[in-house]
Design a protein around this ligand. Structure first.
Ligand SMILES: [O-]c1cc(O)cc2[o+]c(-c3ccc(O)cc3)c(O[C@@H]3O[C@H](CO)[C@H](O)[C@H](O)[C@H]3O)cc12
Ligand code: UDP
Length: 453
């Protein structure tokens, strides 16, 4: 594809959770398709160090990181509340990004020709308008969750006064008839509606119609009804994923020897556990998980990021040293790809759910916050490719029941068939004539400033 324009794209990253990593992957994909473009990746220093440390300098020749203020005062002592860093950052926006943009233009000598931001940053609409450039919003979660944020006012008005136990369904929103009020992210109908993060996400839902394009790390066929509804409300909706299928990493690191360990196990026999980059279950749930795995003698590979909590499992780790393996981090894509992995016990973060679908691994979901409840509901009730933990948190009995369901029941076989079908649809979407491939071509044209994208 001919992309004639010299251009300078500013990418603005949300530095928490797994947001900056997929945005950098997208920027790298765009840079590979449009080598004439310059990219400035504007993010906090801490998040830039994390995401750029995972790739080789040769992999980002036209991409330059710029660091912005994270809003944390000099000498600040954190309370331990994970929301504190997020709210300090939100207070620094959008001034910190305006300063970042000025720095990028000054250093490169090239004015910005396209604004590509995490979809959270609703102010991209005003910034793009002031600069006279397209604003492309990038949503790193599922189409379903962006939809509920666009319908927030409708949800609030429709459910007002009706919500008792959260079982009310959103059948008044296209594609949402299986979703309950209790599955929604906080800040829509439950939680602190006026908390800074929830105000930001509410404004996002109201402002997205001003975006030139909304890019999503998903594929149209995963939920056609929601995709078509979003297309009826937005200028351009471009599902361009799953990224890890569309643009697979060339290499990976397996410092803990996960793959050789999996090689010694039978097909579909291992439970893989991971709760993303932010979360570790509470002690009682960790112990319940361990008891279920040990009693059921299920081989397990456990990505356990908070080493300070490992001592909770001391006896368990000794007794199960020949049954399971606990590591601080795994090459998750390659682990899910391995034929020995039979189930993914997950928090249902979108990247993890998408990666599990792309590799055909059924899930046991234990959502904690944000969009995880939504994703878990889609897994269990819409796509029928896994289960949510009964009662909402890990107990020995609920975990045992979920493991038996996936590994040993007819329903488990149905889940494997259903996720195999979704995996096939994902592969077609990223194929040479697939919907995600076509959408990515359109996105390159928008970002490169080509007319009639
Ligand atoms: O890192 C985060 C810190 C925080 O205080 C709030 C969130 O919220 C969300 C979020 C909220 C609402 C929604 O509809 C989607 C996401 C965060 O997004 C994370 O996105 C991941 C995909 O990139 C994944 O879906 C995780 O489950 C989300 O936590 C992060 C934070
Ligand atoms: O041991 C691990 C655990 C997680 N991940 C990756 O971390 C991301 C987690 O993103 P997700 O959206 O699931 O959750 P979040 O981190 O935002 O809570 C996914 O891409 C996983 O492949 C990984 O590579 N190794």
């Amino acid at each position: 594809m001919q992309v004639p324009n010299e251009g300078h794209v500013a990418a603005l990253a949300f530095p928490f959770g797994t947001h900056a990593t997929p945005l950098l992957t997208l920027v790298r994909r765009l840079s590979a398709s449009a080598p004439n473009l310059k990219f400035s990746f504007i993010n906090t220093s801490k998040s830039n160090q994390k995401v750029f440390s995972k790739i080789k300098p040769n992999d980002y020749q036209n991409i330059k990181p710029f660091n912005v203020d994270d809003g944390v005062p000099e000498g600040h002592v954190f309370s331990g509340d994970p929301l504190e860093a997020v709210e300090l950052f939100l207070r620094a926006m959008p001034e910190n990004f305006k300063n970042g943009l000025e720095g990028a233009v000054a250093e490169t000598g090239a004015k910005i020709t396209c604004l590509l931001t995490d979809a959270f940053f609703w102010f991209g609409a005003d910034m793009g308008a002031e600069m006279g450039v397209p604003w492309v919003a990038f949503w790193t979660a599922a189409p379903c969750s962006i939809s509920v944020h666009m319908y927030t006012d409708v949800v609030r008005n429709t459910l007002k006064g009706k919500e008792e136990n959260g079982d009310e369904t959103l059948d008044f929103i296209p594609g949402m008839s299986a979703i309950r009020a209790k599955d929604l992210p906080a800040g829509i109908v439950h939680g602190k509606l006026e908390a800074p993060f929830n105000i930001m996400v509410h404004k996002m839902g109201q402002t997205l119609p001003r975006a030139t394009a909304l890019a999503i790390n998903s594929f149209e066929e995963i939920n056609p009804t929601i995709t078509n509804d979003l297309k009826s409300k937005l200028k351009m909706v471009l599902n361009i994923g799953p990224f890890d299928l569309a643009w697979p990493p060339k290499s990976f690191s397996d410092e803990s020897g996960c793959i050789p360990w999996l090689d010694n196990h039978d097909k579909a026999s291992v439970a893989y556990l991971s709760f993303g980059s932010l979360l570790t279950p509470q002690p009682n749930e960790l112990i319940a998980l361990a008891e279920a795995l040990e009693t059921q003698r299920v081989p397990f590979l456990w990505s356990f990021r908070d080493s300070s909590k490992l001592q909770l499992l001391e006896g368990f780790l000794e007794r199960t040293s020949t049954l399971g393996k606990v590591v601080p981090w795994t090459p998750q894509l390659q682990v899910l790809e391995h034929p020995s992995v039979g189930v993914f016990i997950t928090h249902a973060g979108w990247n993890s759910v998408s990666e599990s679908i792309a590799r055909g691994v059924p899930m046991i979901c234990r959502p904690f916050f944000a969009d995880q409840g939504l994703n878990s509901r889609l897994v269990e009730e819409v796509w029928k490719i896994g289960v949510s933990v009964e009662g909402g948190n890990f107990t020995k009995s609920a975990t045992t029941k979920a493991l038996e369901l996936v590994f040993s029941s007819g329903k488990g076989g149905e889940m494997r068939e259903n996720i195999g079908n979704l995996k096939q649809k994902a592969k077609i979407a990223v194929g040479s004539d697939g919907s995600s491939t076509k959408n990515f071509t359109s996105l390159v044209k928008v970002v490169a400033g080509c007319e009639n994208a």
